[in-house]
Structure formats: structure tokens, C-alpha cells
Design a protein around this ligand. Structure first.
Ligand SMILES: [Zn+2]
Length: 325
């Protein structure tokens, strides 16, 4: 009879829901399609139905302590309003929190999805032994989250942690946010595919063959070529690592945290890009040089490592939100 919460990870294609108890044990997990094209009322309606069904199934097995929802996009925490979302086109200045609370008749906690993922990795994943950490999530875009004292660092309005939009190339590739040269433009799955296409245009034979054989040419295909030793593909992941290294150097210098976690789908290519991260850090960050495991001289050591929870990080983090109130 453990108390539990319900966490929701609302993505552009999937809506995932999990009931999790206060010790972090998974009680139930389900995945639904998110039919974003049918509009926000439809998506919210489906989500609320599914949440009610999960809650009914576990009635009597403990008290439901609240609902946490990870949403992709910029959220004003004070008003519970989703200001804008890259994956949910009609969620513009949308008072999601009050709409969902009205439907469910209970308190709901909204959080940016990348912040939720950071909280998940802090609670049950790679950073579980650390109260202070930051996470980069390398997916379709690049998300970020900073956790200080076990809680998400929200900043003034809840918009802190947009680490994917730190500039790593002053006049680089244009980004959807309006800036040029954001980390996201060099370290996301989308960026890997774009850089592969750029390389093909410049005559990269291996990549060209892989792309013509595979209509859904993806970052995974580029990675497969890289591990087979294709130099053009390897170069793309060195570029990914370099961009991450530049961004992490800034974070390490600014924050001096003990733990930085890299997750998201592209992090499965860790072996291909990680050496370039550490190469950049060694010469760009004096704080890294003083605190890296190989040079900490018996003092506290900082770590940069892969995430452990995979795509469940955001789900666990969302479930954690009501527990921290
Ligand atoms: Zn950007």
C-alpha cells in the first residue's frame, strides 16, 4: 500500500503515462499515440481519459498524490501557461495547467520535458547520488535541465535550462528559436542528418550510398556508418562532440556541478562523440582541468556521463514533480 503519483510525458508523436510509487517503483506504464494534428483539446481529452483510467485501476492500492506532466516547450510556471511548443503547434499561450486541472478535478504540475528528464535522472538514474546536476537531452532537438539541491532550477519564470539554445558557433546554422549556431543545430538527431546531407553534397560516398538505400535516412544510420569506420560519418560525430564540449565547458565554468548527464536518442552514439567532448573541455575549461577525475588530486571529482533511464527519464521525472511539492 504505497502512495503513488502519475507522470505524463507528452511528446509530438507519443503520449506516455506511468504510475510510480514514492520509492520509484513502476506500477504501470502505457503509451498512446498523441494525435497532435487533431488539436490541443483532443490531445488533452485523450490524456485526461487515460489518466483517469490509470487512477481507477489503482484505486485502493494507495493514495494518488498528484499528477506531473512533462510538456515540450516554454512554460510560464507562475501562470501554468504553455507559451510555445515546437511539437504542439497550437499550444500558444495555452493555459494548459488550469484546463487539465478543471478536467481532472485535481492539482496538476506542469514542467518542461527536458527539465523532467533531468529530474528523472537525478531521482533514479545516472545522477541519483548527486543533489546538483545538469542534463543535456539529445533528441529531435536538444533539451536541457539543471537540478540544484534536488530540485529543478527554474529561474525567474520557469524557463531556465534551455541549454540546447546556447550558442556554440557565432554565425552558425540558423535555429528555429531565431538565433544562429545553437547547440541544437550541431548535436541533435536532426542536426546529424543535416550534416550528413551537407557531407553528401560535398561528395561523401559512404553516406550517399547509405542515404540512397534508406528512405528514412536517420542519425542512427549515420552512426552505423561511423562505427564501421566511415571517415565522413565519424567526422560528423566529432562535430557533435565538439559542439557539446563547447557548451559543457561553459556550463562547467559557470556552475562547477559534480555531475553532467548526456541522454536522449543521440546519446547511444556516445563512443563516437565523447572523445571530442573531453578534448574540448581539456583546453576550454580551467574548472574542468582542476576537477576532472584524472586531475582532481584527491579532491572532489566532477563527472560527465551517459544517462541511464533512456526514454523513461522524462516519465519518472514527471511522476516525481508532485512528490517534491
Ligand atoms: Zn536555438
Amino acid at each position: 500500500m504505497a502512495n503513488y503519483t502519475i507522470g505524463v510525458d507528452l511528446g509530438g508523436t507519443n503520449l506516455r503515462i506511468a504510475a510510480v510509487d514514492e520509492a520509484g517503483r513502476l506500477i504501470e506504464k502505457l503509451t498512446l499515440g498523441a494525435q497532435v494534428a487533431l488539436g490541443r483539446d483532443h490531445v488533452v481529452g485523450e490524456m485526461c481519459d487515460a489518466i483517469r483510467q490509470v487512477a481507477e485501476r489503482h484505486q485502493g492500492s494507495g493514495e494518488l498524490r498528484g499528477i506531473g506532466i512533462g510538456v515540450p516547450g516554454i512554460i510560464d510556471m507562475h501562470t501554468g501557461m504553455v507559451r510555445q511548443s515546437p511539437n504542439l503547434p497550437d499550444w500558444i499561450d495555452y493555459p494548459a495547467q488550469s484546463v487539465i486541472e478543471k478536467q481532472l478535478g485535481t492539482r496538476v504540475f506542469l514542467e518542461n520535458d527536458a527539465n523532467s528528464a533531468a529530474l528523472g535522472e537525478k531521482w533514479l538514474g545516472a545522477a541519483r547520488d548527486f543533489d546538483d546536476m545538469a542534463m543535456l537531452t539529445l533528441g529531435t532537438g536538444v533539451g536541457g535541465g539543471i537540478v540544484l539541491g534536488g530540485r529543478i532550477w527554474r529561474g525567474m519564470t520557469g524557463m531556465a535550462g534551455e541549454l540546447g539554445h546556447m550558442t556554440v558557433e557565432p554565425d552558425g546554422h540558423p535555429c528555429g528559436c531565431g538565433n544562429h549556431g545553437c547547440l541544437e543545430q550541431y548535436a541533435s538527431a536532426t542536426a546529424v542528418v543535416r550534416m550528413a546531407k551537407e557531407a553528401i553534397a560535398e561528395g561523401a560516398m559512404g553516406l550517399a550510398q547509405a542515404a540512397s538505400a534508406d528512405p528514412e535516412f536517420s542519425a542512427k544510420a549515420v552512426y552505423n556508418l561511423a562505427i564501421q569506420g566511415d571517415e565522413d560519418a565519424r567526422k560528423i560525430f566529432r562535430r557533435v562532440g565538439r559542439a557539446l564540449g563547447i557548451a559543457l565547458s561553459g556550463l562547467v565554468n559557470a556552475l562547477n556541478l559534480p555531475m553532467y548527464v548526456v541522454g536522449g536518442g543521440v546519446s547511444s552514439a556516445w563512443e563516437a562523440f565523447a572523445p571530442s567532448i573531453f578534448e574540448e573541455l581539456r583546453w576550454r575549461s580551467m574548472v574542468y582541468k582542476a576537477t576532472a577525475p584524472e586531475s582532481a588530486r584527491g579532491g572532489d571529482k566532477m563527472l560527465i556521463t551517459r544517462a541511464l533511464l533512456g526514454s523513461d527519464a522524462g516519465l519518472y521525472g514527471a511522476a516525481r514533480l508532485p512528490m517534491l511539492q
